[in-house]
Design a protein around this ligand. Structure first.
Ligand SMILES: *Cc1c(COP(=O)(O)O)cnc(C)c1O
Length: 334
């Protein structure tokens, strides 16, 4: 335990020790087409092949493993745009802990079904992640243990195990392109990598439509933004006005933040499929999108890592996008 807002590399190493037997070590593959685009070596970290379909399983597995016997017995409650709920449900099932997931109406039906399929109870509440949080608070007051999606030491430490893997897998790593929403993923990865490679560049990528962390960084404190339909639906939601860890860590450890348009995200999904042979959700592909959009400078030396963070996309939506349709979700979602 430490009083600091910052999760340390030691906590991340302890998380790796705890979860190494339940979490997949995901592969790294070179990308010839993205290396050519960037003008320097690019590798993809295939984290969308993680158990449960996204990296969220890492943080959830660590957080569940850290519960006291008393908390395990009372059961777990989570709020989620989908992938955290899915990862948490699977982590709880593996650990034999009762799990209820509360989510907002914006969450796509395929993700709701996936969470039920992992064995969790699902409760739909409100029209934003922040509203769903109110129902979670009520259940916590009644005794359940809440495991939040990003602003929690054990979650950040679990996500940070990706950074430890990258240090082993990419010996000349110089830049890492990481999705940025609540910031648990990028905070953990940056803490793990910068502890041994302080010069490594960590770039956060979000969508233009409702990027709460980017708006908060600009404002100098956590602020609320309107939650909007986006192809990067796993990057939606606020960072919490009482943010305890990720805002401070992102402000200190992330070198640059880039925002992408919806058509740039669609282009990234297409590229992942046709050029990399990977089925990646919009949120998972934004690092690819940043390179395709010419927003990333090639480093003077070393390898650029692009994290593919999740693959849980509705397959009919995926089909429309890879077939070239110009999908605008703001015209489809009420
Ligand atoms: C949750 C999620 C993110 C963002 O992670 P944060 O810790 O909230 O920044 C990125 N990609 C996918 C696929 C996710 O599910």
């Amino acid at each position: 335990m430490t009083d600091s807002a910052f999760v340390t590399a030691d906590e991340i190493r302890a998380a790796e020790e705890r979860i190494r037997h339940s979490v997949r070590l995901t592969p790294v593959e070179p990308s010839a087409s993205l290396s050519e685009r960037l003008g320097g070596p690019v590798v993809l970290k295939l984290e969308h092949h993680q158990s449960s379909g996204s990296f969220k399983f890492r943080g959830a597995s660590n957080a569940v493993a850290c519960l006291s016997d008393e908390d395990r017995a009372k059961g777990v409650v989570g709020v989620s745009t989908g992938n955290h709920g899915r990862g948490l449900a699977r982590a709880c099932r593996q650990a034999g802990v009762d799990c209820t997931i509360v989510m907002s109406r914006l969450v796509p039906a395929n993700k709701v079904e996936a969470i039920r399929g992992e064995g969790a109870k699902v409760v739909i509440h409100g029209k934003s992640q922040d509203e769903a949080q109110i129902e979670v608070d009520r259940r916590v007051a009644a005794g359940a243990t809440m495991i939040p999606p990003f602003d929690h030491r054990d979650i950040i430490a679990g996500q940070g195990t990706i950074g430890l893997e990258l240090l082993d897998q990419v010996s000349d790593l110089s830049t890492v392109l990481v999705q940025l929403s609540g910031g648990g993923l990028i905070a953990g990865i940056a803490a793990a990598i910068k502890a041994s490679r302080p010069d490594a560049r960590i770039v956060g990528i979000s969508m233009e439509r409702g990027a709460a962390m980017a708006a908060s960084l600009d404002a100098g404190q956590p602020v609320e933004v309107e939650e909007l339909p986006t192809l990067a639906d796993s990057l939606g939601g606020g960072i919490g006005l009482a943010n305890a860890h990720t805002f401070a860590m992102v402000r200190e450890l992330v070198d640059e933040v880039i925002l992408l348009t919806e058509s740039q995200i669609a282009a990234a999904i297409r590229h992942c499929y046709w050029d990399e042979r990977q089925i990646v959700e919009g949120s998972g592909s934004v690092g690819v999108g940043a390179i395709l959009a010419g927003r990333i400078e090639p480093p003077a030396s070393g390898t650029t890592v692009v994290l593919l963070s999740g693959g849980n996309i509705d397959m009919s939506l995926h089909h429309r996008i890879i077939s070239g349709e110009d999908v605008d979700l703001s015209k489809e979602v009420a």
